[in-house]
Design a binder for this molecule. Structure first.
Ligand code: UFG
Length: 340
């Protein structure tokens, strides 16, 4: 029988791509989302890509009764937890909203995993836990720094909650994947990133500027101590990132974990500057982007990129797509959305 994987936040940007890759790998996927930060576009796209509708449940993981009922009515072999708020700036102005939502939903999932006698739990963490660091690239052993936002703090806290739960409750196994900067869209252009309002992240701002939804892209800072003065990041293709989840889930379900709690960096290992990314976007899509330099954005780290060696060795996973292919896919997706 096919193993069932619950994807919380499965209608969002990362969740929808992970749903497709899990289904392609032969898993039965149970998609759950409260739709607080997305509409049905990505779920409908997933259904078109797969040619069938994976089971979808609209629910809030902060509601313990709804969470219990989901676990009692389904045999869940693994959970991938994405359902969380993710805007750094908003988390500074609404910290309690972030702590309540991001921690409570995860605690409820772990509580149910415990009551069911155990479960494999994959937590979507972030490179944000490393903060500003001089020693690059970062490995999983690099020290975590004190978080600079409540959002970042919820990522650190959820990692700790998972680590402690795995230690205390036999049967719960956990993996935290620390994502670097996920960008791009599915090659079908049927699923992708759909930010509400003005995008915070670079690539959706680029594509919205290129399509004319935004007048001009501001490049935050040109005097950083980097080769071209702009920040360096490790941009990871969303389909590559989604495939890492399949590797991690199968490692858990097939009982190949070496410890009951493991952490992996999910990145390419290649630093790319903001200007390099803009140049690639213009080149591969054959267009000119309207952009200007603007002051530094507060809270930005100068540079961060992954050492992805451990993921390659243990998960058998490695990023495959080039930044150029990813930026082509992001542009196709923006055009698809504009034409809808
Ligand atoms: N940038 C611009 N202009 C923009 C948007 C971004 O110049 O309009 C720059 C930023 O200053 C940064 C780079 O593009 O140098 C990447 O910025 P993003 O906002 O796309 O990504 P971040 O690296 O800031 O954020 C990512 C994740 C967050 C996570 C954070 C910290 O999206 O969820 O890394 O690890 F918290």
């Amino acid at each position: 029988m096919k193993a069932t994987v619950l994807v919380s936040g499965g209608a969002g940007f990362i969740g929808s791509h992970v749903t497709v890759e899990l289904a392609n790998a032969g898993y039965n996927v149970l998609v759950a989302d409260n739709m607080s930060n997305c509409d049905m576009t990505n779920y409908e796209g997933v259904c078109r890509i797969l040619g069938y509708k994976p089971e979808f449940v609209q629910m809030d993981f902060c509601d313990p009764a709804a969470c219990r009922s989901l676990f009692e009515t389904h045999k869940i072999d693994a959970v991938i937890h994405f359902a969380a708020y993710k805007a750094v700036g908003e988390s500074c102005s609404e910290p309690l909203m972030y702590y309540r939502n991001n921690l409570l939903s995860f605690i409820n999932i772990l509580e149910q995993s415990k009551l069911q006698g155990g479960c494999n739990v994959l937590f979507s963490s972030s490179a944000t836990v490393y903060g500003e660091t001089d020693k690059l690239p970062v490995t999983e052993q690099s020290p975590r720094q004190e978080a600079t936002s409540p959002y970042g703090n919820t990522k650190q806290m959820c990692e700790d909650i998972l680590r402690d739960s795995v230690k205390a409750y036999p049967g719960i196994k956990g993996i935290a994947l620390r994502y670097f900067n996920p960008i791009g869209a599915h090659p079908s252009a049927l699923i992708g990133e759909l930010p509400r309002g003005v995008p915070n992240n670079l690539v959706p701002f680029i594509t919205q500027t290129a399509i004319g939804k935004r007048e001009c892209l501001s490049v935050f800072g040109n005097d950083y101590p980097t080769p071209d003065g702009t920040c360096l990041r490790d941009y990871i293709d969303i389909v590559d990132l989604a495939k890492a989840h399949v590797c991690a889930v199968s490692r858990m379900i097939d009982e190949k974990m070496k410890q009951s709690y493991e952490i992996f960096n999910i990145g390419t290992g290649r630093p790319v500057s903001v200007l390099e990314l803009i140049n690639s976007f213009e080149k591969v899509n054959n267009l000119k982007l309207n952009w200007k330099f603007a002051p530094r954005r507060s809270g930005d780290v100068v540079a961060i990129w992954a050492d992805p060696t451990l993921a390659e060795k243990e998960l058998g996973w490695k990023a495959e797509r080039s930044v150029d292919d990813t930026l082509k896919a992001a542009w196709e997706w923006e055009k698809h959305i504009a034409g809808k």
